[in-house]
Write a new protein. Structure first.
Length: 100
């Protein structure tokens, strides 16, 4: 499910909300999706994701994908949640001089 949600639904919508996907990968067997994204500012991150998740295209598309999954007998994994209870946006910013 993660790659289907990503490829068919999320990626095409992200630019509409100021979300630039830099890197992503899915663990299909574990049903997990990981993403690194860029936003114009740290202040915009939560607002961008809130607007993305509230969009009717996301709500309807995700419901359709889940319904298809249940119809195939694969079950419904419930709502998408941050992994390991982390907040929706976790930031780490390092200047190049801090890394070298």
């Amino acid at each position: 499910m993660p790659s289907k949600v990503l490829n068919e639904l999320a990626l095409p919508m992200m630019p509409d909300f100021g979300i630039d996907s830099l890197g992503l990968w899915a663990e299909e067997e574990a049903n997990k999706l990981y993403q690194i994204s860029r936003h114009t500012s740290l202040e915009d991150v939560q607002n961008n994701w809130d607007r993305f998740h509230a969009d009717p295209r996301w709500q309807e598309g995700l419901a359709r994908i889940r319904q298809d999954r249940v119809a195939r007998g694969e079950g419904d994994d419930g709502p998408l949640r941050p992994i390991n209870g982390l907040p929706p946006a976790v930031f780490y910013r390092a200047e190049m001089k801090d890394v070298l």
